[in-house]
Design a protein around this ligand. Structure first.
Ligand code: ZN
Length: 611
């Protein structure tokens, strides 16, 4: 049926509070008017009539949300009906669910749900997780509810709306057309096949800056500069840039007054790169919207603070929580959504809180005292807002999240392993020596995190199988082995590190299967990060290429979370490419899995004997 609308994809935000169905050619009468509620399990469904689901059935499992699962399937053909089913737990208030018609696409809004303010979206990440791009996984982070005085909801919602206007591209249309110079954008309903966290559908020049606008949840990596020509660069992991707008260059000024130019490209599969070519890269700062959906990259001299937000905010509370000996979390709670900038150099983390006008300094000093944030300072800058500075080291890892309502910022600060050798806090017990001949094996991914997926074959299943084979070989030779998971369960990266620290092994080996967009790449890699892991990586790689007839891609220094956050020698083995048809056919065989396990086990044993 030519006239049926096409349901192209299912998109979520990390909070589980917004689900978006991309529908092409939807007609008004087919738009779902209501949903049907069912029990056992608690679920709702709604139908999109006269529509066809393009591609396979889709399913998203939420880890820690009131919404448990969203499924999308062709319910019937002739008549053609696509059905969406949302499963939730008893705490979920379905009266808050709204079906919103967004240009013919279906937006399911559950954001009024009370819990939503406890959800944080990661907006800045110096250690993005490897391989998250293939999974349709939503890992919502829930933090303990913090006790706060009630803030009037109406005022706050209005404030958020006003702040978001500063980042909105659509408001430009109301002007005389001279407030911006260039626009590169696409209609989001055109071709959205998204398996990523953020989809860039447009970029604009607004008020002398580059406004990046998209759908989903934006995360940026650390900004850096390049020479010849001078450029400032920000990568966005887990991001897809619409093909139609890639690499289109925009001039930052309408006249010839500046020569700065900006463009956005798909740097890698699922990684976008923003590049501004400029004589003054050091002047550029990223300004984040309070809904984590857009960012303005602008020369600080051109920043007009009044255009950012007229709504002032105050720091209401601060909380510091120690996660483990290396990591501590700081939550700053504001009275209104905050517009901010994150600037990181080798010595410090600076945050500009542009619309923040006041804070209780003695209270904050008391909160920071005796914590990892003890050297954090705040200062009030006239015309700008509050600047916070935290002294850090080059290899420390900073991750910053923002609450859905824009009124809280969470900083996760992890000290680097090298710094850890100096006693930071006297209360820490002295570290026990590792248990001799003990190994932690970490099967990559698991549960709702599938890792790479090709032709119905999941990375998580291969890694578990191989890891169990490694464990059994090592045990038969008298070694002590602990596996981070023995079942198909989800395990966070920090959980894997905490487990390893508690097990106190001599070495740590994480097992993965590689993938690429191109189908040609194949072969074996061993990754390390810290210097103390090079020898182990070399020996394991040597055994891999000896046992397996595949390309030797060598050892690589990579900042993968699990090997970066482990003190003992730690490597991550990529045992072959699932995206290569020939290698995929091999990887599922007992022969290849056993050969890989044998190589890894022999590498481990040789290393431990040589030590
Ligand atoms: Zn992996």
């Amino acid at each position: 049926m030519a006239d049926s609308s096409k349901v192209l994809s299912l998109v979520y935000d990390d909070s589980g509070s917004i689900i978006y169905l991309n529908v092409d050619g939807a007609v008004q009468e087919n738009f779902p008017q209501k949903f049907v509620k069912l029990e056992n399990p608690n679920r709702i469904y709604f139908d999109i009539n006269d529509s066809i689901l393009i591609g396979p059935k889709q399913q998203i499992v939420f880890d820690k949300s009131n919404i448990k699962e969203v499924r999308l399937a062709q319910f019937s053909t002739n008549p053609n009906v696509v059905r969406a089913v949302i499963t939730y737990d008893e705490n979920f208030d379905t009266s808050k669910i709204k079906l919103v018609n967004l240009n013919g696409n279906v937006l399911v809004q559950a954001g009024a749900n009370k819990l939503s303010n406890e959800y944080f979206n990661k907006i800045y990440d110096e250690a993005p997780e490897p391989h998250t791009y293939n999974g349709i996984v939503a890992n919502s982070q829930v933090i303990k509810k913090v006790a706060l005085p009630e803030v009037k909801q109406e005022g706050s919602a209005a404030a958020l709306e006003e702040i978001n206007k500063a980042f909105s591209a659509s408001t430009l249309n109301n002007s005389d057309g001279k407030t911006y110079d260039s626009i590169v954008s696409v209609d989001i309903s055109s071709d959205l096949k998204l398996r990523t966290k953020y989809f860039i559908n447009g970029y604009y020049i607004k008020n002398g800056g580059l406004l990046v606008s998209g759908l989903g949840q934006m995360t940026t990596a650390k900004m850096f500069t390049l020479d010849y020509p001078n450029r400032v660069v920000i990568d966005l992991p887990n991001t897809y840039v619409d093909k139609k707008i890639r690499n289109k260059e925009l001039l930052m000024c309408p006249d010839a007054s500046c020569k700065d130019r900006a463009k956005i490209g798909q740097f890698e599969f699922n990684k976008a790169r923003i590049v501004v070519t400029t004589e003054t890269p050091e002047k550029y700062i990223p300004v984040y919207s309070s809904d984590a959906q857009s960012m303005l990259l602008i020369n600080a001299d051109k920043l007009n603070h009044t255009t950012l937000s007229a709504v002032s905010s105050n720091i209401q509370q601060a909380y510091v929580k120690k996660i483990n000996s290396k990591t501590a979390e700081l939550i700053l709670q504001f009275t209104a959504p905050v517009v901010h900038s994150i600037l990181r150099d080798d010595k410090s983390l600076n945050m500009y809180l542009f619309n923040v006008k006041s804070y209780n300094e003695p209270e904050l000093i008391k909160t920071f005292n005796n914590t990892a944030y003890k050297n954090m300072t705040l200062s009030l800058l006239p015309q700008i807002g509050v600047k916070s500075t935290l002294k850090v080291s080059k290899d420390d890892v900073i991750q910053i999240s923002q609450s859905i309502d824009g009124k809280a910022i969470k900083i996760l600060y992890t000290k680097s392993a090298t710094q850890q050798t100096q006693p930071v806090e006297k209360t820490d017990a002295p570290k026990k020596p590792p248990i001799k001949n003990k190994v932690v094996i970490d099967p990559g991914h698991g549960g709702s995190d599938y890792g790479a997926i090709r032709e119905g074959i999941n990375e998580k299943d291969i890694t578990l199988d191989m890891s169990q084979r490694v464990a059994s070989i090592l045990k038969s030779k008298g070694y002590k082995v602990a596996l981070t998971r023995t079942d198909d369960i989800y395990l966070g990266l920090q959980e894997r590190c905490d487990y390893t620290e508690a097990e106190n092994p001599e070495i740590f080996v994480s097992i993965h299967v590689n993938s690429a967009v191109a189908t040609e790449p194949s072969g074996l890699e061993t990754h390390y990060y810290h210097e103390n892991s090079i020898k182990l990586a070399e020996i394991i790689q040597k055994h891999l290429v000896k046992e397996i007839d595949s390309k030797d891609r060598g050892i690589l220094k990579s900042k993968f979370y699990v090997i970066n956050h482990t003190d003992v020698p730690a490597v991550l083995v990529e045992t072959g490419f699932l995206s290569n048809a020939d290698e995929r056919a091999e990887l599922v065989t007992d022969k290849r899995k056993q050969a890989t396990a044998k190589a890894i086990a022999e590498g481990i044993m040789e290393y431990l004997k040589k030590k």
